[in-house]
Design a protein around this ligand. Structure first.
Ligand code: KIV
Ligand code: ZN
Length: 519
Protein backbone atom coordinates (compact mmCIF):
# COMPACT_ATOMS: atom_id res chain seq x y z
CA UNK A 1 0.00 0.00 0.00
CA UNK A 2 1.24 3.52 -0.82
CA UNK A 3 2.70 5.15 2.30
CA UNK A 4 2.11 8.89 1.99
CA UNK A 5 4.50 9.67 4.83
CA UNK A 6 7.52 8.27 3.01
CA UNK A 7 9.66 11.06 1.52
CA UNK A 8 11.86 9.94 -1.35
CA UNK A 9 15.43 11.19 -1.44
CA UNK A 10 16.61 11.93 -4.97
CA UNK A 11 20.34 12.48 -4.82
CA UNK A 12 21.82 14.69 -7.51
CA UNK A 13 25.39 14.94 -6.16
CA UNK A 14 26.70 13.27 -9.31
CA UNK A 15 24.80 15.59 -11.65
CA UNK A 16 23.95 19.01 -10.18
CA UNK A 17 26.61 18.57 -7.45
CA UNK A 18 29.22 17.89 -10.06
CA UNK A 19 28.28 21.20 -11.68
CA UNK A 20 29.82 22.97 -8.63
CA UNK A 21 32.58 25.30 -9.71
CA UNK A 22 35.82 23.35 -9.37
CA UNK A 23 34.24 19.97 -8.56
CA UNK A 24 35.06 17.49 -11.20
CA UNK A 25 34.68 13.75 -10.86
CA UNK A 26 36.06 11.03 -13.07
CA UNK A 27 34.23 7.76 -13.72
CA UNK A 28 35.99 5.92 -10.88
CA UNK A 29 35.16 8.70 -8.42
CA UNK A 30 31.53 8.79 -9.55
CA UNK A 31 31.22 5.03 -9.10
CA UNK A 32 32.71 5.20 -5.57
CA UNK A 33 30.19 7.87 -4.60
CA UNK A 34 27.31 5.94 -6.20
CA UNK A 35 28.27 2.84 -4.16
CA UNK A 36 28.22 4.90 -0.99
CA UNK A 37 24.87 6.50 -1.94
CA UNK A 38 23.47 2.98 -2.26
CA UNK A 39 24.83 2.17 1.24
CA UNK A 40 23.15 5.34 2.45
CA UNK A 41 19.93 4.02 0.86
CA UNK A 42 18.95 7.01 -1.21
CA UNK A 43 15.93 6.25 -3.37
CA UNK A 44 17.18 7.72 -6.64
CA UNK A 45 20.70 8.49 -7.89
CA UNK A 46 20.82 11.09 -10.65
CA UNK A 47 24.04 9.79 -12.14
CA UNK A 48 24.67 12.40 -14.83
CA UNK A 49 23.67 14.32 -17.92
CA UNK A 50 24.89 11.93 -20.63
CA UNK A 51 24.65 14.22 -23.66
CA UNK A 52 27.19 16.64 -22.13
CA UNK A 53 30.20 14.36 -22.73
CA UNK A 54 31.08 10.77 -23.67
CA UNK A 55 32.77 10.51 -20.24
CA UNK A 56 29.53 11.42 -18.46
CA UNK A 57 27.54 8.94 -20.59
CA UNK A 58 30.09 6.19 -19.78
CA UNK A 59 29.92 6.99 -16.05
CA UNK A 60 26.09 6.79 -16.07
CA UNK A 61 26.29 3.45 -17.89
CA UNK A 62 28.81 2.03 -15.41
CA UNK A 63 26.71 3.15 -12.46
CA UNK A 64 23.58 1.70 -14.12
CA UNK A 65 25.41 -1.63 -14.48
CA UNK A 66 27.08 -1.80 -11.06
CA UNK A 67 24.72 -0.21 -8.56
CA UNK A 68 21.84 -2.22 -7.16
CA UNK A 69 19.15 -0.79 -4.88
CA UNK A 70 18.43 2.82 -5.84
CA UNK A 71 16.74 3.82 -9.09
CA UNK A 72 19.34 5.17 -11.52
CA UNK A 73 18.32 8.37 -13.28
CA UNK A 74 19.83 10.43 -16.11
CA UNK A 75 19.04 13.98 -17.19
CA UNK A 76 18.08 15.11 -20.69
CA UNK A 77 16.83 18.32 -22.27
CA UNK A 78 13.53 17.95 -24.15
CA UNK A 79 15.52 17.17 -27.27
CA UNK A 80 15.53 13.82 -29.09
CA UNK A 81 19.34 13.43 -29.14
CA UNK A 82 19.62 14.08 -25.36
CA UNK A 83 16.80 11.67 -24.56
CA UNK A 84 18.14 8.89 -26.79
CA UNK A 85 21.69 9.13 -25.41
CA UNK A 86 20.37 9.17 -21.84
CA UNK A 87 18.13 6.14 -22.51
CA UNK A 88 21.08 4.26 -23.98
CA UNK A 89 23.23 5.02 -20.88
CA UNK A 90 20.49 3.78 -18.58
CA UNK A 91 19.96 0.47 -20.38
CA UNK A 92 21.97 -1.74 -17.96
CA UNK A 93 20.01 -0.51 -14.90
CA UNK A 94 17.55 -2.78 -13.18
CA UNK A 95 15.43 0.17 -12.10
CA UNK A 96 15.79 3.37 -14.13
CA UNK A 97 14.23 6.79 -14.67
CA UNK A 98 14.63 9.43 -17.33
CA UNK A 99 14.52 13.05 -16.15
CA UNK A 100 13.58 15.48 -18.88
CA UNK A 101 13.40 19.27 -18.58
CA UNK A 102 12.54 22.44 -20.43
CA UNK A 103 12.40 25.99 -19.09
CA UNK A 104 8.95 27.52 -18.56
CA UNK A 105 9.45 30.98 -17.02
CA UNK A 106 8.86 34.06 -19.15
CA UNK A 107 12.48 35.21 -18.93
CA UNK A 108 13.77 31.80 -20.10
CA UNK A 109 11.10 31.49 -22.82
CA UNK A 110 11.88 34.91 -24.21
CA UNK A 111 15.65 35.22 -23.85
CA UNK A 112 16.97 31.66 -23.73
CA UNK A 113 14.59 29.56 -25.81
CA UNK A 114 12.82 32.14 -27.92
CA UNK A 115 9.67 30.04 -27.83
CA UNK A 116 6.01 30.78 -27.19
CA UNK A 117 4.00 29.15 -24.40
CA UNK A 118 2.09 26.70 -26.63
CA UNK A 119 5.33 25.56 -28.26
CA UNK A 120 6.84 24.83 -24.81
CA UNK A 121 3.77 22.77 -23.83
CA UNK A 122 3.94 20.84 -27.10
CA UNK A 123 7.69 20.09 -26.78
CA UNK A 124 7.38 19.09 -23.11
CA UNK A 125 4.53 16.66 -23.83
CA UNK A 126 6.30 15.26 -26.89
CA UNK A 127 9.55 14.69 -24.93
CA UNK A 128 7.79 12.88 -22.09
CA UNK A 129 5.81 10.71 -24.53
CA UNK A 130 8.93 9.84 -26.54
CA UNK A 131 10.81 8.85 -23.38
CA UNK A 132 7.83 6.95 -21.99
CA UNK A 133 7.80 4.73 -25.09
CA UNK A 134 11.20 3.40 -23.99
CA UNK A 135 11.34 3.56 -20.19
CA UNK A 136 8.91 2.93 -17.33
CA UNK A 137 9.53 6.05 -15.24
CA UNK A 138 9.69 9.58 -16.58
CA UNK A 139 10.25 12.64 -14.40
CA UNK A 140 9.59 16.09 -15.82
CA UNK A 141 11.04 19.44 -14.67
CA UNK A 142 9.74 22.85 -15.76
CA UNK A 143 13.05 24.67 -15.30
CA UNK A 144 12.75 27.95 -13.34
CA UNK A 145 9.30 26.80 -12.15
CA UNK A 146 9.31 29.15 -9.17
CA UNK A 147 9.48 32.19 -11.53
CA UNK A 148 6.91 30.79 -13.97
CA UNK A 149 3.42 32.34 -14.13
CA UNK A 150 1.41 29.83 -12.01
CA UNK A 151 -1.46 29.31 -14.54
CA UNK A 152 1.06 28.43 -17.25
CA UNK A 153 2.93 26.13 -14.87
CA UNK A 154 -0.33 24.26 -14.14
CA UNK A 155 -1.00 23.94 -17.87
CA UNK A 156 2.46 22.41 -18.53
CA UNK A 157 2.16 20.03 -15.60
CA UNK A 158 -1.25 18.81 -16.72
CA UNK A 159 0.05 18.16 -20.24
CA UNK A 160 3.12 16.18 -19.13
CA UNK A 161 1.08 14.04 -16.75
CA UNK A 162 -1.24 13.20 -19.67
CA UNK A 163 1.88 12.34 -21.68
CA UNK A 164 3.01 9.85 -19.00
CA UNK A 165 5.19 11.68 -16.45
CA UNK A 166 4.79 10.21 -12.98
CA UNK A 167 7.16 12.52 -11.10
CA UNK A 168 6.76 16.29 -11.45
CA UNK A 169 9.77 18.17 -10.22
CA UNK A 170 9.35 21.83 -9.26
CA UNK A 171 12.78 23.46 -9.46
CA UNK A 172 13.70 26.73 -7.81
CA UNK A 173 16.48 26.96 -10.36
CA UNK A 174 17.96 30.28 -9.30
CA UNK A 175 17.26 29.99 -5.57
CA UNK A 176 14.78 32.88 -5.66
CA UNK A 177 11.79 31.64 -3.71
CA UNK A 178 11.09 31.77 0.03
CA UNK A 179 9.51 29.10 2.27
CA UNK A 180 6.01 30.62 2.51
CA UNK A 181 5.83 31.34 -1.20
CA UNK A 182 7.15 27.92 -2.21
CA UNK A 183 4.91 26.01 0.20
CA UNK A 184 1.91 27.93 -1.20
CA UNK A 185 2.98 27.13 -4.76
CA UNK A 186 2.99 23.39 -3.96
CA UNK A 187 -0.45 23.70 -2.33
CA UNK A 188 -1.74 25.60 -5.40
CA UNK A 189 -0.41 22.93 -7.78
CA UNK A 190 -2.50 20.34 -5.92
CA UNK A 191 -5.52 22.63 -6.22
CA UNK A 192 -5.15 23.59 -9.90
CA UNK A 193 -3.74 20.59 -11.77
CA UNK A 194 -6.72 18.25 -12.29
CA UNK A 195 -4.74 15.04 -12.96
CA UNK A 196 -2.12 15.65 -10.21
CA UNK A 197 -3.22 12.48 -8.35
CA UNK A 198 -1.53 10.44 -11.14
CA UNK A 199 1.94 11.77 -10.18
CA UNK A 200 4.02 12.72 -7.18
CA UNK A 201 5.51 16.17 -6.65
CA UNK A 202 9.25 16.57 -6.23
CA UNK A 203 11.18 19.73 -5.35
CA UNK A 204 14.66 20.86 -6.37
CA UNK A 205 15.91 23.96 -4.55
CA UNK A 206 19.06 25.98 -5.05
CA UNK A 207 20.71 27.88 -2.23
CA UNK A 208 21.40 31.36 -3.62
CA UNK A 209 19.63 33.00 -0.67
CA UNK A 210 20.59 30.26 1.79
CA UNK A 211 16.98 28.98 1.74
CA UNK A 212 17.26 25.71 -0.20
CA UNK A 213 16.64 23.43 2.77
CA UNK A 214 13.92 25.66 4.27
CA UNK A 215 12.13 25.87 0.90
CA UNK A 216 12.32 22.09 0.42
CA UNK A 217 10.91 21.48 3.89
CA UNK A 218 8.08 23.95 3.31
CA UNK A 219 7.23 22.02 0.15
CA UNK A 220 7.19 18.74 2.08
CA UNK A 221 4.82 20.28 4.59
CA UNK A 222 2.46 21.04 1.68
CA UNK A 223 2.60 17.58 0.16
CA UNK A 224 5.82 17.21 -1.89
CA UNK A 225 6.89 13.57 -1.75
CA UNK A 226 10.38 13.71 -3.22
CA UNK A 227 13.27 16.04 -2.35
CA UNK A 228 16.18 16.55 -4.72
CA UNK A 229 19.38 17.31 -2.88
CA UNK A 230 23.14 16.81 -2.75
CA UNK A 231 25.61 15.60 -0.16
CA UNK A 232 27.17 18.59 1.66
CA UNK A 233 24.83 20.82 -0.38
CA UNK A 234 27.31 21.09 -3.26
CA UNK A 235 25.99 22.24 -6.63
CA UNK A 236 25.77 25.10 -9.14
CA UNK A 237 26.72 28.51 -7.64
CA UNK A 238 25.71 28.48 -3.93
CA UNK A 239 24.71 24.82 -4.22
CA UNK A 240 21.61 22.67 -3.78
CA UNK A 241 19.62 21.69 -0.70
CA UNK A 242 21.92 19.68 1.58
CA UNK A 243 20.72 16.12 1.88
CA UNK A 244 21.98 15.57 5.43
CA UNK A 245 20.07 18.66 6.62
CA UNK A 246 16.81 17.61 4.94
CA UNK A 247 17.05 14.09 6.37
CA UNK A 248 17.93 15.19 9.89
CA UNK A 249 15.35 17.99 9.96
CA UNK A 250 12.59 15.53 9.02
CA UNK A 251 13.90 13.02 11.55
CA UNK A 252 14.47 15.45 14.43
CA UNK A 253 11.21 17.35 13.91
CA UNK A 254 8.86 14.45 13.16
CA UNK A 255 6.44 16.26 15.45
CA UNK A 256 5.90 19.17 13.06
CA UNK A 257 6.20 17.13 9.85
CA UNK A 258 3.44 14.76 10.92
CA UNK A 259 5.58 11.61 10.92
CA UNK A 260 7.12 12.07 7.47
CA UNK A 261 10.27 9.96 7.15
CA UNK A 262 13.01 8.94 4.71
CA UNK A 263 14.64 5.59 4.18
CA UNK A 264 18.15 6.99 4.73
CA UNK A 265 20.58 5.01 6.87
CA UNK A 266 21.54 7.94 9.04
CA UNK A 267 24.72 6.43 10.45
CA UNK A 268 26.20 6.55 6.93
CA UNK A 269 25.76 10.32 6.62
CA UNK A 270 29.19 11.48 7.85
CA UNK A 271 31.01 8.78 5.93
CA UNK A 272 29.24 9.87 2.74
CA UNK A 273 30.01 13.51 3.46
CA UNK A 274 33.73 12.76 3.91
CA UNK A 275 33.91 10.70 0.73
CA UNK A 276 32.20 13.38 -1.38
CA UNK A 277 34.46 16.03 0.09
CA UNK A 278 37.60 13.95 -0.65
CA UNK A 279 36.62 13.08 -4.19
CA UNK A 280 35.39 16.52 -5.24
CA UNK A 281 38.06 18.43 -3.33
CA UNK A 282 35.29 20.60 -1.85
CA UNK A 283 36.02 20.90 1.84
CA UNK A 284 33.15 21.13 4.29
CA UNK A 285 33.04 24.30 6.38
CA UNK A 286 33.66 23.63 10.09
CA UNK A 287 30.26 25.02 11.16
CA UNK A 288 28.26 23.17 8.47
CA UNK A 289 25.08 21.70 10.01
CA UNK A 290 25.15 17.95 10.73
CA UNK A 291 28.52 17.13 9.10
CA UNK A 292 30.85 20.07 9.87
CA UNK A 293 33.76 19.48 12.22
CA UNK A 294 32.21 21.76 14.85
CA UNK A 295 28.64 20.53 14.42
CA UNK A 296 28.72 18.71 17.77
CA UNK A 297 31.43 20.66 19.60
CA UNK A 298 30.38 22.65 22.64
CA UNK A 299 32.82 25.36 23.57
CA UNK A 300 31.10 27.35 26.28
CA UNK A 301 31.37 26.26 29.90
CA UNK A 302 27.63 26.69 30.47
CA UNK A 303 26.85 24.36 27.56
CA UNK A 304 29.43 21.80 28.66
CA UNK A 305 28.02 21.82 32.16
CA UNK A 306 24.48 21.37 30.82
CA UNK A 307 25.57 18.50 28.60
CA UNK A 308 27.19 16.68 31.48
CA UNK A 309 23.95 16.93 33.43
CA UNK A 310 21.69 15.90 30.56
CA UNK A 311 22.81 15.72 26.91
CA UNK A 312 19.43 16.94 25.65
CA UNK A 313 19.95 20.33 27.31
CA UNK A 314 22.08 21.42 24.35
CA UNK A 315 22.03 18.50 21.90
CA UNK A 316 19.11 17.94 19.53
CA UNK A 317 20.75 15.06 17.63
CA UNK A 318 23.25 12.52 18.87
CA UNK A 319 26.52 12.63 16.88
CA UNK A 320 26.68 8.83 16.67
CA UNK A 321 23.24 8.80 14.96
CA UNK A 322 24.83 10.37 11.87
CA UNK A 323 28.10 8.42 12.16
CA UNK A 324 30.04 11.40 13.49
CA UNK A 325 33.51 10.15 14.58
CA UNK A 326 34.28 9.97 18.26
CA UNK A 327 36.96 12.39 19.28
CA UNK A 328 38.43 10.39 22.14
CA UNK A 329 41.42 8.13 21.69
CA UNK A 330 40.38 5.01 19.84
CA UNK A 331 43.53 3.21 18.76
CA UNK A 332 47.23 3.43 19.48
CA UNK A 333 50.61 2.09 18.47
CA UNK A 334 49.98 -1.36 19.93
CA UNK A 335 46.56 -1.91 18.38
CA UNK A 336 46.46 -4.84 16.00
CA UNK A 337 44.88 -5.44 12.60
CA UNK A 338 41.77 -6.92 14.19
CA UNK A 339 41.18 -3.85 16.38
CA UNK A 340 41.62 -1.63 13.32
CA UNK A 341 39.20 -3.74 11.27
CA UNK A 342 36.61 -3.60 14.07
CA UNK A 343 36.94 0.14 14.47
CA UNK A 344 36.62 0.69 10.72
CA UNK A 345 33.55 -1.54 10.64
CA UNK A 346 32.01 0.64 13.39
CA UNK A 347 32.69 3.65 11.18
CA UNK A 348 30.88 1.89 8.33
CA UNK A 349 33.90 0.80 6.25
CA UNK A 350 34.03 -2.72 4.79
CA UNK A 351 37.46 -3.17 3.22
CA UNK A 352 38.88 -5.96 1.12
CA UNK A 353 41.90 -7.82 2.56
CA UNK A 354 44.24 -5.89 0.26
CA UNK A 355 42.76 -2.51 1.18
CA UNK A 356 42.89 -3.39 4.89
CA UNK A 357 46.58 -4.33 4.58
CA UNK A 358 47.42 -0.95 3.04
CA UNK A 359 45.37 0.98 5.59
CA UNK A 360 46.96 -1.06 8.39
CA UNK A 361 50.49 -0.22 7.16
CA UNK A 362 49.56 3.46 6.96
CA UNK A 363 47.95 3.29 10.39
CA UNK A 364 51.13 1.81 11.92
CA UNK A 365 53.23 4.57 10.38
CA UNK A 366 50.82 7.15 11.71
CA UNK A 367 50.74 5.61 15.19
CA UNK A 368 54.54 5.83 15.27
CA UNK A 369 54.35 9.57 14.69
CA UNK A 370 51.19 10.38 16.58
CA UNK A 371 50.35 9.04 20.03
CA UNK A 372 46.60 9.21 19.71
CA UNK A 373 44.77 8.02 16.60
CA UNK A 374 41.17 9.25 16.39
CA UNK A 375 38.24 8.06 14.30
CA UNK A 376 38.68 11.02 11.95
CA UNK A 377 42.32 10.01 11.40
CA UNK A 378 41.18 6.53 10.38
CA UNK A 379 38.45 7.84 8.09
CA UNK A 380 40.96 10.14 6.39
CA UNK A 381 43.38 7.22 5.90
CA UNK A 382 40.68 5.13 4.23
CA UNK A 383 39.28 7.96 2.10
CA UNK A 384 42.74 8.89 0.81
CA UNK A 385 43.33 5.23 -0.01
CA UNK A 386 40.00 4.88 -1.87
CA UNK A 387 40.66 7.85 -4.13
CA UNK A 388 44.29 7.08 -4.92
CA UNK A 389 45.59 5.86 -8.27
CA UNK A 390 48.42 3.29 -8.58
CA UNK A 391 51.71 4.84 -7.45
CA UNK A 392 53.49 5.60 -10.72
CA UNK A 393 55.46 8.13 -8.68
CA UNK A 394 56.13 7.43 -5.00
CA UNK A 395 57.89 9.65 -2.50
CA UNK A 396 60.77 7.80 -0.82
CA UNK A 397 62.79 10.63 0.69
CA UNK A 398 62.15 14.26 1.60
CA UNK A 399 64.42 16.80 3.22
CA UNK A 400 63.37 20.42 3.80
CA UNK A 401 65.73 23.12 4.96
CA UNK A 402 64.25 26.46 6.00
CA UNK A 403 66.15 29.30 7.53
CA UNK A 404 65.04 32.86 8.29
CA UNK A 405 65.93 35.20 5.46
CA UNK A 406 66.88 32.42 3.05
CA UNK A 407 64.95 30.54 0.37
CA UNK A 408 63.87 27.08 1.54
CA UNK A 409 65.76 24.17 0.00
CA UNK A 410 64.11 20.85 -0.72
CA UNK A 411 65.69 17.53 -1.67
CA UNK A 412 63.40 14.82 -2.98
CA UNK A 413 63.69 11.20 -4.05
CA UNK A 414 60.84 9.67 -6.01
CA UNK A 415 60.48 6.05 -7.10
CA UNK A 416 59.35 5.65 -10.71
CA UNK A 417 59.26 2.32 -12.56
CA UNK A 418 61.77 0.77 -10.13
CA UNK A 419 64.26 3.67 -10.44
CA UNK A 420 64.98 6.32 -7.85
CA UNK A 421 64.93 9.85 -9.25
CA UNK A 422 66.48 12.55 -7.11
CA UNK A 423 66.64 16.34 -7.27
CA UNK A 424 67.09 19.50 -5.21
CA UNK A 425 65.37 22.85 -5.64
CA UNK A 426 64.39 26.10 -3.97
CA UNK A 427 61.29 28.27 -3.95
CA UNK A 428 59.54 31.14 -2.22
CA UNK A 429 58.27 28.78 0.49
CA UNK A 430 58.77 25.10 1.29
CA UNK A 431 55.68 23.98 -0.69
CA UNK A 432 56.69 26.06 -3.70
CA UNK A 433 60.22 24.64 -3.45
CA UNK A 434 58.91 21.07 -3.21
CA UNK A 435 56.54 21.47 -6.19
CA UNK A 436 59.24 23.09 -8.32
CA UNK A 437 61.60 20.25 -7.44
CA UNK A 438 58.99 17.66 -8.46
CA UNK A 439 58.46 19.46 -11.78
CA UNK A 440 62.22 19.49 -12.35
CA UNK A 441 62.51 15.82 -11.40
CA UNK A 442 59.71 14.66 -13.66
CA UNK A 443 60.52 17.11 -16.44
CA UNK A 444 56.91 18.24 -16.59
CA UNK A 445 55.09 21.34 -15.45
CA UNK A 446 51.49 21.14 -14.32
CA UNK A 447 49.47 24.23 -13.45
CA UNK A 448 48.40 24.21 -9.80
CA UNK A 449 44.81 25.47 -9.76
CA UNK A 450 44.06 25.16 -6.07
CA UNK A 451 45.80 24.21 -2.82
CA UNK A 452 44.00 23.63 0.48
CA UNK A 453 45.17 22.36 3.83
CA UNK A 454 43.18 21.43 6.90
CA UNK A 455 43.90 19.51 10.06
CA UNK A 456 42.08 16.20 10.39
CA UNK A 457 41.72 16.35 14.17
CA UNK A 458 42.69 18.67 16.99
CA UNK A 459 46.12 18.83 18.67
CA UNK A 460 49.58 19.99 17.66
CA UNK A 461 50.44 16.56 16.30
CA UNK A 462 47.27 16.41 14.14
CA UNK A 463 47.56 15.16 10.58
CA UNK A 464 47.39 17.76 7.85
CA UNK A 465 45.21 16.87 4.87
CA UNK A 466 46.26 18.64 1.70
CA UNK A 467 43.99 18.78 -1.37
CA UNK A 468 45.34 20.09 -4.65
CA UNK A 469 43.69 20.68 -8.01
CA UNK A 470 46.02 20.36 -10.93
CA UNK A 471 45.33 21.11 -14.58
CA UNK A 472 45.29 17.90 -16.59
CA UNK A 473 46.58 17.63 -20.15
CA UNK A 474 43.71 18.71 -22.39
CA UNK A 475 42.35 21.11 -19.78
CA UNK A 476 40.50 18.93 -17.23
CA UNK A 477 41.02 19.12 -13.48
CA UNK A 478 42.62 16.38 -11.41
CA UNK A 479 42.37 16.24 -7.63
CA UNK A 480 45.14 14.85 -5.43
CA UNK A 481 45.21 14.37 -1.69
CA UNK A 482 48.00 13.81 0.78
CA UNK A 483 47.91 13.08 4.46
CA UNK A 484 50.69 13.36 6.99
CA UNK A 485 51.63 14.84 10.35
CA UNK A 486 54.33 16.65 8.31
CA UNK A 487 52.50 19.18 6.16
CA UNK A 488 55.25 19.47 3.55
CA UNK A 489 55.18 15.70 3.12
CA UNK A 490 51.36 15.88 2.87
CA UNK A 491 51.75 18.59 0.20
CA UNK A 492 54.24 16.51 -1.80
CA UNK A 493 52.02 13.43 -1.55
CA UNK A 494 48.98 15.42 -2.72
CA UNK A 495 50.84 16.69 -5.79
CA UNK A 496 52.20 13.22 -6.58
CA UNK A 497 48.70 11.73 -6.11
CA UNK A 498 47.38 14.14 -8.77
CA UNK A 499 50.26 13.26 -11.11
CA UNK A 500 49.57 9.56 -10.52
CA UNK A 501 45.95 10.09 -11.57
CA UNK A 502 47.09 11.88 -14.71
CA UNK A 503 49.39 8.94 -15.54
CA UNK A 504 46.58 6.46 -14.87
CA UNK A 505 44.24 8.38 -17.16
CA UNK A 506 46.85 8.62 -19.90
CA UNK A 507 47.51 4.86 -19.68
CA UNK A 508 43.77 4.09 -19.88
CA UNK A 509 43.35 6.38 -22.91
CA UNK A 510 46.33 4.73 -24.62
CA UNK A 511 44.75 1.31 -24.00
CA UNK A 512 41.39 2.50 -25.38
CA UNK A 513 43.07 3.87 -28.50
CA UNK A 514 44.97 0.63 -29.00
CA UNK A 515 41.82 -1.48 -28.66
CA UNK A 516 39.81 0.77 -30.99
CA UNK A 517 42.55 0.25 -33.61
CA UNK A 518 42.32 -3.50 -33.03
CA UNK A 519 45.87 -3.72 -31.62
O1 KIV B 1 18.08 23.71 -11.17
C1 KIV B 1 17.41 23.18 -12.08
O2 KIV B 1 16.44 23.72 -12.58
C2 KIV B 1 17.86 21.87 -12.56
C3 KIV B 1 16.90 21.16 -13.45
C4 KIV B 1 17.59 20.50 -14.58
C5 KIV B 1 16.10 20.19 -12.64
O3 KIV B 1 18.90 21.39 -12.17
ZN1 ZN C 1 19.55 22.38 -10.29
Amino acid sequence: MEDNNRIYIFDTTLRDGEQSPGASLDEKGKLEIAKQLAELRVDVIEAGFPVTSPGDAAAVKTIAKEIKGPTICALARAVQKDIDIALESLKPAKQSRLHVFIATSEIHRKYKLNKAKDEIVRIAAWAVKHAKNHIGEVEFSPEDASRTEPPFLYQVLEAVIDAGATVLNIPDTVGYTTPFEFGNLIRDIFDHVPNIHKAIISVHCHNDLGLAVANSLAAVKFGARQVECTVNGIGERAGNAAMEEIVMALDTRKDIFGGKYTNIKKDQICKTSRLVSSLTGMTVQANKAVVGRNAFTHESGIHQDGLLKLRKTYEIMRPEEVGFGETQLVLGKHSGRHALENRLAKLGYKLSEKELNTVFDNFKQLADRKKEVFDDDLAALVDTQIVSAPKTYELVYLSVLTESGKSPKVTLKVKHKGRILSSTGTGSGPVDAAYKTIDKLLKSRRKLLDYKIQSVTVGKDAQGEVTVKVEAPGGGVVIGQGLSTDIIEASVNAYLAALNKISQKAAAEKKDRASSHGV
